[in-house]
Design a protein around this ligand. Sequence first.
Ligand code: ATP
Ligand code: MG
Length: 230
Amino acid sequence: MNKKLIELKNLSFSYGKRKILDGINIDIAQKSFTVIAGESGSGKSTLLYILGGFQRPSSGEYLFGGKRVYGKIGEFGLGKFRKNNIGFLFQDFRLLPFLTVEQNIRFPAFFSGRKVDKTQMLKRMQKLGIDHRAKAYPTQISGGEAQRTALARALWMNPPVLLLDEPTGNLDHTTELAIVSLLEELRGEGLTLVCVSHSDYIMSRADVTLRLHDGHLDFDKKKVARRGRK
Ligand SMILES: Nc1ncnc2c1ncn2[C@@H]1O[C@H](COP(=O)(O)OP(=O)(O)OP(=O)(O)O)[C@@H](O)[C@H]1O
Ligand SMILES: [Mg+2]
């Protein structure tokens, strides 16, 4: 078992008076693959924002590598945490409309002043099947191409942790297989993966599936049962 990278301890979150997450406890090991499932509106994206350093919890602790992420840290510190540790695929992609596919992918590197390895970028774009749309703008590409562009951007800085909100929601099964194979390859190189998904295929590839319901997280009993039968 790899060592713990992420720990949530009794973590809760409310939008105003409405409690969305209620006393969540999770340990996520380095190089593991966790899926978060749950019905629409159950708080999956909110939980991912907290893990990504985008949203402060209302109470409880988030430890990353044993250190508190939120606490006294300001927005600048959170920005640094995200830049060093997190790749994030937003459910609504959040591509910048005035940049091309290729420029969107390169944007985080440009922003952080890091050098771009063009050969690696081209290879990834080919693997994700978006290289032929490199010069197109977000309004000129399909939903699935936008999703894969956003994924390429999330991967671009080779982050140690990748948080993906429905990475294959718009994709056919063949493209889903290609994406999961890329993610598994990166995981072999040390990536820790947390993915919100409803896909049976993605769940079948994960180490653990957690299900959000009424603000609580349960292990997916079906998956535990399936594993028990092996
Ligand atoms: N900024 C906000 N202010 C108030 N309520 C919000 C805000 N963002 C989300 N919510 C509400 O919080 C609840 C959880 O939202 P969240 O987006 O985390 O759900 P989800 O599980 O990701 O749903 P889906 O599967 O539809 O993406 C929803 O009822 C949503 O309407
Ligand atoms: Mg969501």
